[in-house]
Design a protein around this ligand. Structure first.
Ligand SMILES: Cc1cc2nc3c(=O)[nH]c(=O)nc-3n(C[C@H](O)[C@H](O)[C@H](O)COP(=O)(O)OP(=O)(O)OC[C@H]3O[C@@H](n4cnc5c(N)ncnc54)[C@H](O)[C@@H]3O)c2cc1C
Length: 412
């Protein structure tokens, strides 16, 4: 009987598999997809997450495929600089901030897991449809892909659901919950090959959600042509949206109007968007925090436990922190039920705060403040609008809530 059954080979499931393997706890990962493909666009890993990945010996492999982000830079929609601060090592952290293609991150984790734990420890084409348990273990039932015929049942000591925002296990325990909750903001995401912008390692946020906000950061180093692969997200308050599908193509015509006059000395935004390799569209969604995740020998982790709107670069990071907490709990408690309860105690309240703060005061609250105080007009000097101390306080407040202030990382 396998000790730990992990449902889902996304960022959280693979990290958990690696961390359990490192702790000498046998596990197997079951993934719904027939083949793991490098899907997605950009993701950020903040120093609390890269610290955990470095402890798993992955920092070098990640540094080869990622950009080490050096600064966060905020502009209004007139291209005026509001605030800039160093990030990661440039800010004095022991570990870097990485901006990375989600597919590259998943492949680093996948290759390491297969090399260390063995190819047979990751089983694809297994879509979890239900879990059952008794005093001696869990039985996880799978079909051969979403909507496929019922296939096999696997027994284990515990089951951990890392099956993402549409988690089948979460639905089993919370059947009344319904679809993810739309935030009122729709996103169009893409990647463009472009010459380095600003420092070449800047995380740029500009504008505001009501008129159009852009997030822009490079995710792959420049090739021989000098062009980086640069991730961008256009975020606009939009009443209508279509159900989240990670692969739904988007249309530039649906949102370019909001950015038509964004011709700045640091970037010609319309030209940059038009040069995109591809555009995806998905709504910004989350779910209300749950009262519990652990049910005996079964628990939820990552987006299955605490999906959050992507306004704080914390979705992948919190899944990685869950993995570390799960391994500690399973190592410290012989009783699996007590272990999963201890994990929930450590992580539920902390992630609830992040889910709720991402709705109200994530780092881009800086943009909202300036938008409101200037009544969406250009300013003569930013100091007339908001003080440096206030800007720093907004930024540091989020770091404390999300668990990556420098003090928190030093003491962890
Ligand atoms: C295809 C895809 C593309 C994404 N693109 C981006 C992006 O561009 N930017 C971004 O910030 N975030 C993206 N995300 C979300 C991001 O990966 C997560 O928010 C975050 O990393 C938390 O990771 P997670 O492991 O909890 O969930 P995920 O990374 O979403 O992983 C969940 C995994 O579970 C599998 N799965 C789902 N249902 C079942 C089931 N019933 N049985 C077995 N396996 C199942 C999925 O195929 C997936 O591999 C994407 C997720 C997916 C699945």
């Amino acid at each position: 009987m396998d000790d730990v059954i992990i449902v889902g080979a996304g960022i959280g499931g693979l990290t958990l598999g690696l961390a359990l393997h490192a702790a000498g706890i046998p596990c197997r990962i079951f993934e719904s997809a027939a083949e793991i493909k490098a899907v997605g666009v950009g993701i950020n890993l903040l120093p609390h997450a890269t610290k955990e990945l470095a402890a798993l010996g992955l920092e070098e492999a990640l540094a080869k495929v990622a950009i080490e982000t050096s600064d966060a830079t905020f502009f209004n929609r007139f291209g005026q600089l509001i605030y800039q601060e160093p990030l990661g090592r440039a800010a004095g952290y022991e570990h870097p901030q990485f901006s990375i293609h989600r597919g590259d991150l998943q492949m680093v984790l996948l290759d390491a897991f297969r090399a260390r734990a063995g190819h047979d420890r990751l089983v694809t084409h297994h879509h979890c449809i239900a879990v059952e348990q008794d005093e001696t273990g869990v039985s996880v039932h799978f079909s051969d892909g979403p909507g496929g015929a019922a296939g096999s049942t696997i027994r284990g000591r515990v089951a951990i659901a890392c099956d993402g925002i549409n988690s089948a296990v979460r639905k089993q325990f919370f059947p009344e919950e319904g679809e993810p909750r739309y935030s009122g903001v729709n996103m169009w995401r893409g990647v463009t090959r472009w010459q380095p912008i600003l420092s070449g390692a800047s995380m740029v946020r500009a504008g505001w959600l009501s008129h159009g906000k852009m997030v822009i950061y490079p995710i792959r180093a420049a090739g021989a042509d000098g062009l980086q692969l640069i991730n961008w997200v256009a975020e606009i308050e939009t009443p209508l949206y279509r159900k989240r599908d990670w692969n739904r193509p988007g249309s530039i015509g649906d949102f370019i109007g909001a950015f038509a006059d964004w011709h700045f000395d640091w970037l010609d935004v319309p030209a940059f968007i038009h040069a995109a390799d591809s555009v995806l569209e998905f709504p910004m969604v989350d779910q209300d925090p749950l009262p519990r995740w652990s049910f005996g020998r079964v628990t939820l982790s990552g987006d299955a436990a605490h999906p959050m709107v992507p306004r704080g670069s914390n979705g992948a990071g919190q899944a990685i922190l869950d993995a570390r907490a799960l391994v500690s709990a399973l190592t410290e408690n012989d009783d699996p039920v007590a272990a999963l309860a201890a994990y929930e105690k450590q992580r539920l309240e902390a992630t609830t705060r992040i889910v709720l703060t991402n709705r109200t005061n994530p780092p881009d609250a800086i943009l909202r403040e300036v938008f409101q105080r200037t009544n969406d007009t250009p300013f003569a000097a930013i100091g007339d609008v908001i003080s440096r101390e206030e800007l720093v306080a907004l930024s540091e407040g989020y770091k404390r809530i999300a668990g990556y202030s420098k003090e928190a990382l030093r003491t962890r």
